[in-house]
Design a protein around this ligand. Sequence first.
Ligand SMILES: Cc1cc2nc3c(=O)[nH]c(=O)nc-3n(C[C@H](O)[C@H](O)[C@H](O)COP(=O)(O)O)c2cc1C
Length: 227
Amino acid sequence: VDLRDALRTTGAVRDFEPRPVDDAVLYEILDDARFAPSGGNRQAWRVIVVGDSAQRRALRDLYLEGWHEYVAHRLEGLVPFSTGATPDERRRADVRVAEALALTGPDDFPARLDQAPALLAVTADLAQLAATDRDLGRYGVVGGASIYPFVWSILLAARDRGLGGVMTTVATRREGAAADLLGLPEGHALCALVALGYPRRRPTRLTRRPVEEFTTRDRLDGASFAP
Ligand SMILES: Cc1cc2nc3c(=O)[nH]c(=O)nc-3n(C[C@H](O)[C@H](O)[C@H](O)COP(=O)(O)O)c2cc1C
């Protein structure tokens, strides 16, 4: 695929053909993705290829728990898991989890995560992350930037081979249980579960904001940027 095309049209794919993904293809994808950048080139990511069906089901169950929380937040009109949510908003969202549970059908992606042709758990050794914002007393965002470009490269490399997929993070809500399942030591984080496979259909048009809406000159409140 042409790079510009890939950048503009690589949307989330959650519905896959039953065709399996060969280990050789998966290896090639990771072999391309490993050239992703990371702070200090520490490459703190680890990838666990989850093939065992009991492991997959257990991860799906953790994913579902996070997913229902996500939906409950949406039902409450919140930005799910936003650091801006007040304790009261969080409590109100928690009450709606049962409602959210009823909204996930057995054929929906969260319930079928274990059926994804390929399932990767991407984890990170936190001690290796260059989290330059760690001392600011606010929610940290820079550390993840040494991991998620790698995950995005997995999705782009998959796209180049006719596959599609999605990076997911709601299972991180249950990181403790996931750590036990995956054998993660203390100080090691679950960053994403990535589902990959041959798409049943590909998104053609992605909904994204135009440049003018998120780019300004000189200051955040500066003039909108356009040539
Ligand atoms: C950091 C991150 C976390 C995400 N977590 C989830 C997730 O837990 N579950 C999911 O189904 N999709 C997840 N996504 C996929 C987004 O929903 C998707 O990229 C976005 O809605 C754009 O969708 P589109 O490509 O179909 O336009 C995540 C994406 C990113 C970048």
